[in-house]
Design a protein around this ligand. Structure first.
Ligand SMILES: *Cc1c(COP(=O)(O)O)cnc(C)c1O
Length: 395
């Protein structure tokens, strides 16, 4: 049965993903089951999407209740879940206003459009360029792949959207040198996810903030992967004693329903007036109600506390594995966005873990990434670490 499903899929679905030959059927908390009933402990969580675990009861209940009440109306009208969610996001961040979309790429599209519009409204139409970081990832739409500092993602799609310059991440001098009067914004992930779990030096982001202030330009944080508690705080910028002007969210915002959001300070958000931007499904009731449940669960269920405690626990175990296995050259990350750099490609290790019932993935070829639900337990971690110990011993 499994083979026939995979054969069918490979006949009719676009070939954009290289998938593992399993068909996932059911999830609960940190566990997943495939159609053969094989159980997996999930250290991928839909790529940092299911931060509360699979089928979190409060999220499932919110979706079911809302599904029976109202799925969708146009943004021509107000709806309760959207307002409640926007209030929760504003109360718990630097931002004053929220624009809702359906994905990370769309949230970043909104941020790029807003940054340009802020300066065009001021009559500074020559100030439209955005500085982005090498090894960044901002999405796959034309504008967001143009903002992405990875050749392999832009390849084949020239000409990309004009107006993006790239500098090395965590290099304040390079950023300073790149700033000129055509720049409207700096756009970056506070911690690079797809780029290889790269954390900046503690003082770097505050220095970026200061440079932006000195030059009067905007700072956009892509917190699509780092947001919603992933790093042990609700948003990663909270670790760094500074705030951006614009922040984008998606992935874990609705714990698995598709949702993106762009948050901004009032002075910036005011450039988006009626008609400036829109999305048919943005903030639609069914999705917004799930995200409200997510925000409430993060606030009331000790999610951040568990994330920090399990981060310390897993980091310590990964460092012990590094001591034992010479194939491991670095352990890094923050919260439950952790990576283990190898001295060789890691694809076969991902497969070997999967055979043993643990899901992990690999970024940049040689970095194993661990991004479990933030509800992960010591027992789940002990299981993963025993599995890694075997797999890393393969050399
Ligand atoms: C996943 C991701 C995106 C893209 O999100 P989509 O929902 O796939 O469009 C953008 N930025 C970062 C940092 C991401 O991790």
């Amino acid at each position: 049965m499994k083979t026939s499903i995979i054969e069918k899929a490979d006949r009719v679905i676009a070939k954009t993903y290289s998938r593992f030959p399993v068909v996932m059927e059911k999830g609960l908390g940190c566990k997943l089951w495939d159609i053969n009933g094989k159980e997996y402990t999930d250290f991928v969580a839909g790529i940092a999407v299911c931060n509360l675990g699979h089928c979190h009861p409060a999220v499932t209940e919110a979706i079911c209740d809302q599904a029976a009440r109202l799925l969708h109306v146009s943004n021509l009208y107000y709806t309760l879940p959207q307002v409640e969610l926007a209030e929760l996001l504003v109360e718990n961040s630097f931002a004053d206003r929220v624009f809702f979309g359906n994905s990370g790429a769309e949230a970043n599209e909104a941020a790029i459009k807003l940054a340009r519009k802020v300066f065009q409204d001021k009559g500074e139409s020559r100030r439209y360029r955005i500085i982005s970081m090498e090894k960044s990832f901002h999405g796959r739409t034309m504008a967001t792949l143009s903002a992405t500092g990875q050749e392999k993602i832009r390849k084949g799609f020239d000409p990309v959207l004009q107006g993006f310059d790239f500098v090395p991440f965590n290099d304040i001098q390079a950023l300073e040198n790149a700033l000129n009067d055509s720049i409207c914004a700096v756009m970056m992930e506070p911690i690079q996810g797809e780029g290889g779990i790269r954390c900046p030096d503690p003082e770097y982001l505050a220095a970026v903030r200061k440079l932006c202030d000195d030059k009067g330009i905007l700072l956009i944080f892509d917190e699509i992967q780092t947001g919603m508690g992933r790093t042990g705080k609700l948003f990663a910028y909270e670790h760094y004693n500074m705030t951006p002007d614009i922040m984008t969210l998606a992935k874990a915002l609705a714990n698995g329903l598709p949702m993106g959001a762009m948050l901004a300070k009032e002075s910036v958000a005011e450039a988006f007036g009626p008609g400036a931007h829109a999305s048919t499904f943005g903030g639609t009731p069914i999705v917004a109600s799930a995200a409200v449940a997510v925000m409430k669960a993060i606030q009331s269920d000790k999610i951040l506390e568990n994330c920090r405690a399990m981060s310390a626990y897993l980091t310590e175990k990964l460092l012990a594995l590094k001591e034992k296995h010479p194939v491991v050259v670095d352990v890094r990350g923050k919260g439950l966005l952790l990576g283990m750099k190898l001295n060789r490609e890691g694809g076969d290790m991902v497969k070997a873990c999967m055979e043993r019932g643990f899901l992990i993935n690999c970024v940049q070829g040689d970095i194993l990434r661990f991004i479990p639900p933030l509800t992960v337990t010591e027992k789940d971690i002990d299981g993963l670490v025993a599995c890694l110990d075997q797999v890393l011993a393969l050399g």
